[in-house]
Design a protein around this ligand. Structure first.
Ligand code: GDP
Length: 300
């Protein structure tokens, strides 16, 4: 996986530099605090978190009576880490259990990067010496199946697929069966992200889950969210979180936005930790999310 810090620093440093420049002002007056809050909101951190960070920071700066830039930077680092939640369990559950592979469902709106994330995750696992089976359960788009097939060939993971229009749940069932047969460690199922109707989505993903549970269990439901889509993306993500029990978020396209604050907002909104971040289109452009590395990349 990529060197997270350098890659994040490239996309997120303008956000952090803006904050640090404001914090190094001679006098931290009302206007400056407001500008700091605006900078946080502009980075998609969310109004609630931005307000909390500014309130806490303001109080702490006042109590300590400090104007030392390094010290203030340290306080800001702590406040950002508090909002991100440094202690959350961010491990993606990929470990098999007694003869049965771990099963990961990848869900999210089309175009967010589901197939790419599935491929990259498979690549990382295969690179670690694990065996992986991929399930092409987005049977509504022939191109999605083809794309997953390409990833499978690239990373060395067999792809279970069916014809266009086939029942997604039957693909999931066969993928898990193949995983058991092959003694695979992990099965990753790329699902369809059509936001037609909420009940339609619920039925579809519910059925995939039930069918998997006939053979194994669903260990992880990764919701893929495109970091560049802001409030609209969050709204759509919320629908998915309402219909399936999401266990982790893969936040993609962080390379294409300086609005990394979305990590804070999405976790707060959905109550689920960001576990993976996507930093490009290449096979190695996926990294486990590490809050400390993220905050240090922001603050330079
Ligand atoms: P899906 O419809 O949700 O399966 O989305 P895809 O996996 O097909 O991805 C949609 C587009 O986003 C493709 O062009 C991907 O290469 C691109 N993409 C996915 N993840 C990332 C990422 O982390 N960074 C960038 N820059 N592009 C990405």
């Amino acid at each position: 996986m990529v060197r997270l810090r350098a890659r994040l620093a490239r996309s997120q440093s303008s956000f952090g530099q803006g904050l640090l420049t404001l914090l190094s002002a001679k006098t931290l007056d009302e206007d400056t605090w407001e500008e700091i809050e605006d900078t946080l909101i502009t980075a998609d951190i969310g109004v609630t978190s931005a307000t909390q960070i500014v309130e806490n920071l303001r109080t702490r700066v006042k109590v300590l009576g400090t104007r030392d830039t390094e010290e203030v930077r340290g306080l800001l680092r702590e406040e950002l880490l508090n909002q991100i939640g440094a202690d959350a369990d961010r491990a993606v559950r990929t470990e098999p259990h007694s003869g049965r592979p771990a099963v990961i469902m990848v869900v999210g709106v089309n175009g967010t990067g589901k197939t790419t994330t599935t491929g990259k995750l498979a690549r990382a696992l295969v690179g670690d010496g694990r065996s992986v089976v991929l399930g092409a359960a987005d049977t509504f788009r022939a191109a999605a199946t083809e794309q997953l097939q390409t990833w499978g060939g690239r990373v060395g993971a067999p792809v279970v697929r069916k014809e266009e229009g086939a029942d997604p749940a039957s693909v999931a069932f066969d993928a898990v069966a193949r995983g058991i047969e092959d003694g695979a460690d992990t099965v990753i199922i790329d699902t369809a992200g059509r936001l037609h109707t909420k009940t339609g989505l619920m039925d579809e993903l519910g059925k995939v889950k039930r069918v998997v549970e006939k053979k194994s269990q669903v260990d992880e439901v990764l919701l893929v969210l495109d970091a560049t889509t802001g409030q609209n993306g969050l709204r759509q993500a919320r629908v998915f979180a309402e219909v399936v029990n999401v266990t982790g978020i893969a936040l993609t396209k962080l390379d294409g936005t300086a609005k990394g604050g979305i990590i804070v907002q999405v976790q707060r909104e959905l109550g689920v930790p960001v576990k993976l971040v996507g930093l490009g289109e290449g096979p190695d452009d996926l990294a486990p999310f590490d809050p400390e590395v993220f905050v240090d990349a922001i603050l330079g």
